[in-house]
Design a protein around this ligand. Structure first.
Ligand SMILES: Nc1ncnc2c1ncn2[C@@H]1O[C@H](COP(=O)(O)OP(=O)(O)OP(=O)(O)O)[C@@H](O)[C@H]1O
Ligand SMILES: [Mg+2]
Length: 172
């Protein structure tokens, strides 16, 4: 287990390959709690869906984790915890979030993980955790920021997996 360079609220790491992104998602499984809202940011192909796949599998759902690009939301019902995986990439305007009734999912019970959250702003509830993936050479840089008390509790209990190498978080 590599030691993260972290305050309570920020962690940065290098993900050399897809396996490292899956491992990072899996490492989040023990710390996600009901009601948690996670924004997943980064360019097309940055690895957002891959990270969710690692998380969902580690929570015990071995089924396919499809990108919700067309469905807007995919539900994973896992041992009492509902995980909602959103992708707002195809929104032309943020009002589509309301039109599709997606606000009903943010009832404080499920875990909500959203790709392209900026496309549903200002209607999307605020994040507890922001995860930003950046393509760097053949791999990815990742940064996790806690932006609420719930998010800080989550990161306090989080340990970077061995498959990642930690990095000093740049200023927010
Ligand atoms: N750390 C990594 N290093 C190299 N490739 C990676 C890494 N993590 C994921 N990938 C690869 O990046 C590609 C795109 O991944 P993914 O579909 O998860 O991206 P995304 O951010 O969800 O994209 P989109 O915005 O289109 O939904 C996949 O082929 C995946 O295997
Ligand atoms: Mg995706």
């Amino acid at each position: 287990m590599s030691q993260p360079h972290a305050t309570n609220s920020a962690i940065a790491a290098v993900l050399a390959d897809e396996a490292a992104t899956l491992a990072l998602g899996a490492a989040l499984a023990p710390v996600v709690t009901s009601g948690l809202v996670v924004y997943l940011e980064g360019d097309l192909g940055a690895g957002k869906t891959t990270l969710v796949r690692g998380l969902v599998r580690a929570l015990g759902d071995q089924g396919p984790v499809k990108s919700p690009t067309y469905t807007l939301v995919e539900l994973h019902a896992i041992s009492g915890l509902d995980l909602y995986h959103f992708d707002f990439y195809r929104f032309n305007q943020a009002e589509e979030y309301l039109d599709a009734g997606l606000d009903e999912y943010f009832d404080g019970r499920g875990v909500c993980v959203a790709e392209w959250p900026d496309r549903a702003a200002p209607y999307l509830p605020p994040a507890d955790l922001r995860i930003v993936l950046t393509v760097r050479g053949e791999g990815r840089d990742v940064r996790l920021d806690a932006v609420s008390e719930r998010g800080r509790r989550c990161l306090t209990n989080f340990a970077l997996p061995a498959a990642t190498s930690s990095a000093t978080p740049p200023p927010a």
